[in-house]
Design a protein around this ligand. Structure first.
Ligand SMILES: Cc1cc2nc3c(=O)[nH]c(=O)nc-3n(C[C@H](O)[C@H](O)[C@H](O)COP(=O)(O)OP(=O)(O)OC[C@H]3O[C@@H](n4cnc5c(N)ncnc54)[C@H](O)[C@@H]3O)c2cc1C
Length: 462
C-alpha cells in the first residue's frame, strides 16, 4: 500500500501522503538533518501512538459531573512520558529566539510538525507538550519572566508537570479591543490585589492547572492607552479565585481543561509576581498572541487534512452507494474533494510563509503573514471539514466521527486570539499604506509612456 508514487529516499511525510511532493520540495532544503529526523519521529509517533489512543482518551474522560473536572485521562500522561523519552518534546520553542530553553528547530520546521500533531486534535499536540494555552504561556515566561519566575513556573511547564491558563477576556466588555480590559490590579504594600471577572479562560478547569497568567488594568489614568495594563502570575489555588463554570462550544465543554468563567475577588499575590514591570501588559500580550495564532493555524491544517482523509475513505466505502453509483463516482463529490485539496495546499503556503518570517525576524516582523493565516486557515479548514461532514451523511455531525468536534474546535478560532474582522481591518490598513508608492510608480510609468507615444507621433488618450 502506498500514497501515490513513493520514490526511494522520500521523507516519511511524503511517503505517508501527509504533504504533497511540491510543498515538500519548497521547504526540504530549509530543514536541518536534525529536523528531518525529528519530523520522521513525529510522523511515526502520531501514527503509531497518538491516533490509536484518541478514542481511549475520549472514553477516559469521566462522564460523572462529580469527577469530570477532577480526573485527567491516564492515557495522555502515558503518551507524554513516551514522547518525552523519545525527545519529541517542546518542539514549539525555537532555540533561535529562546537560546536557554529552546529546541534546535526553526518555526518553519516546527510548522510542519505541528501540522502532523494537529491531526490528533488538541489531544495530539498535548502529547508533545505543544498545546495551547501552555505554549503561549511558556513563551511569556521564557521571554519576560525573571529567573525566579522561570524557576517556579516555566520549568514545571516545560517538564509537562503542570498546566496553566491565560486570563484576558472579560465577561462584560468587548475584549477583542484589549484596551477595554478593566480587571483591577493595584499594589498594596508588598502585595498585588486583583479584582475582575473573566471568561473563556482555557485550561482553568484542569486539575493540573497551577498558574493563571492574568492581564488587568493597573494604571487607568496613563495617557498612553498601551501602558495602562500589567500582567501578574497567580497560583491557581490562591484564595479569591472562583472558577464559576465551564463555557460550552456548541455543547462541547472540552473537559478536563475547559474554557471557564472565572471571578477574581480580592486575590492577593506577592509583588514579585508582576511580569516585566508595571505597564508592560500590552507589550507582553502582543508578544504572546503572535506565535499562539500561528501555532493554531499550523494545527488547523492538520485537522483539515485529517478531515479530507476521512472523507476519502467514506466516499470510497463500497457499502455506501446512491443512485447506482459509489459516492466517489458523483461529480459533485469529486469536485468537493478537489476544492478541499486546493484550499489546504493554499492555506499551508500562507502558514509556511508566516513561520519563515518569524524565523527571519520575529513574531512582530511576521504580523502581516500571521494575521492573513489567522483569517484564511480556520475558514478554509472549516469548509473542508464541512464538506467531509456532508459526505458522511448524518453520521458526519454525530458523535461517531471526530468531525463535529473538529468543526466546533475550528469554529472557535474565528474568535480566539482576536476575531477575523480585527485581523482583516489590520491587513486592509497595511495594504492601503502601499497606495502612496503605487501612485508614484503609476505616475512615473504614465510619464514614460507619454514620452514614447509623443516620440512615435501618437497622441495619448490618458
Ligand atoms: C474556545 C475559546 C477559547 C478561548 N480561550 C481564551 C483564553 O484562554 N483566554 C482569554 O483571555 N480569552 C479566550 N477566549 C476569548 C477570545 O479571545 C475572545 O472571545 C475574542 O478575543 C473576542 O472577544 P469577545 O468575545 O469579547 O468579543 P467582542 O470584543 O465583544 O466582539 C464581538 C464581535 O464584534 C466584531 N468585531 C470586533 N471588533 C471588530 C472590528 N474592529 N471590526 C468589525 N467587527 C468587529 C467581531 O465579529 C467579534 O466577534 C477564547 C474564546 C473561545 C471561543
Amino acid at each position: 500500500m502506498s500514497f501515490g508514487k513513493v520514490r526511494p529516499g522520500d521523507h516519511a511525510i511524503v511517503a505517508e501522503g501527509f504533504i504533497s511532493r511540491g510543498a515538500w520540495s519548497l521547504i526540504e532544503d530549509k530543514f536541518s538533518d536534525f529536523a528531518k529526523a525529528k519530523l520522521t519521529d513525529v510522523v511515526r509517533f502520531t501514527l503509531d501512538e497518538v491516533l490509536p489512543a484518541a478514542e481511549l482518551y475520549e472514553a477516559q474522560i469521566s462522564k460523572d459531573p462529580a469527577t469530570r473536572w477532577k480526573q485527567v485521562p491516564p492515557v495522555i500522561e502515558e503518551l507524554k512520558n513516551k514522547a518525552k523519552a523519545k525527545g519529541l518534546w517542546n518542539l514549539f520553542l525555537s532555540k533561535k529566539h529562546y537560546p536557554k530553553h529552546g529546541t534546535p528547530l526553526t518555526n518553519l520546521e516546527y510548522a510542519v510538525m505541528a501540522e502532523i500533531t494537529g491531526r490528533g486534535g488538541h489531544f495530539g499536540s498535548e502529547a508533545f507538550n505543544c498545546s495551547a494555552p501552555d505554549t503561549g504561556n511558556m513563551e511569556v515566561l521564557a521571554k519576560y519572566g525573571n529567573e525566579e519566575q522561570q524557576k517556579k513556573w516555566l520549568m514545571p511547564l516545560l517538564n509537562g508537570e503542570i498546566r496553566s491558563a491565560f486570563a484576558m477576556t472579560e465577561r462584560f466588555i468587548a475584549s477583542s479591543d484589549a484596551t477595554n480590559i478593566r480587571t483591577d490590579i493595584r499594589q498594596e504594600g508588598n502585595e498585588i490585589v486583583i479584582n475582575g471577572h473573566k471568561w473563556w479562560i482555557s485550561g482553568a478547569g484542569d486539575p493540573r492547572c497551577k498558574l493563571h497568567i492574568l492581564m488587568g488594568k493597573s494604571d487607568a489614568q496613563n495617557a498612553n492607552q498601551h501602558r495602562q495594563q500589567s500582567i501578574v502570575l497567580i497560583p491557581a489555588d490562591t484564595p479569591g479565585i472562583k472558577v464559576v463554570r465551564p463555557m460550552q462550544v456548541f455543547g462541547y465543554d472540552d473537559a478536563p481543561e475547559g474554557h471557564c468563567e472565572v471571578i477574581y475577588e480580592n486575590v492577593r499575590v506577592p509583588l514579585a509576581n508582576l511580569v516585566k514591570g508595571w505597564g508592560a501588559g500590552f507589550e507582553i500580550i502582543q508578544g504572546r498572541l503572535g506565535p499562539g495564532r500561528i501555532h493554531h493555524c499550523m494545527r488547523s491544517i492538520g485537522a483539515a487534512e485529517a478531515a479530507l482523509d476521512r472523507m476519502l475513505t467514506r466516499v470510497t466505502d463500497t457499502r455506501k452507494r446512491t443512485f447506482g453509483k459509489a459516492l466517489y463516482e458523483h461529480g459533485t463529490i469529486v469536485a468537493d474533494i478537489a476544492r478541499s485539496r486546493m484550499q489546504i495546499d493554499q492555506a499551508r503556503l500562507l502558514v509556511l510563509s508566516a513561520a519563515s518570517m518569524i524565523d527571519k525576524s520575529d513574531a512582530k516582523g511576521a504580523m502581516r503573514d500571521i494575521g492573513m493565516s489567522k483569517v484564511v486557515v480556520p475558514t478554509a479548514a472549516l469548509e473542508v471539514i464541512d464538506r467531509a461532514m456532508q459526505a458522511h451523511g448524518a453520521e458526519g455531525i454525530s458523535q461517531d466521527t471526530p468531525l463535529a468536534a473538529a468543526y466546533a474546535g475550528l469554529r472557535t478560532l474565528r474568535y480566539a486570539d482576536g476575531p477575523d474582522e480585527v485581523h482583516i481591518q489590520q491587513i486592509g490598513k497595511q495594504e492601503l499604506r502601499r497606495a502612496e508608492a503605487l501612485w508614484e510608480r503609476q505616475n512615473r510609468i504614465t510619464g514614460e509612456s507619454e514620452k514614447k507615444l509623443k516620440a512615435a507621433g501618437i497622441r495619448s488618450h490618458l
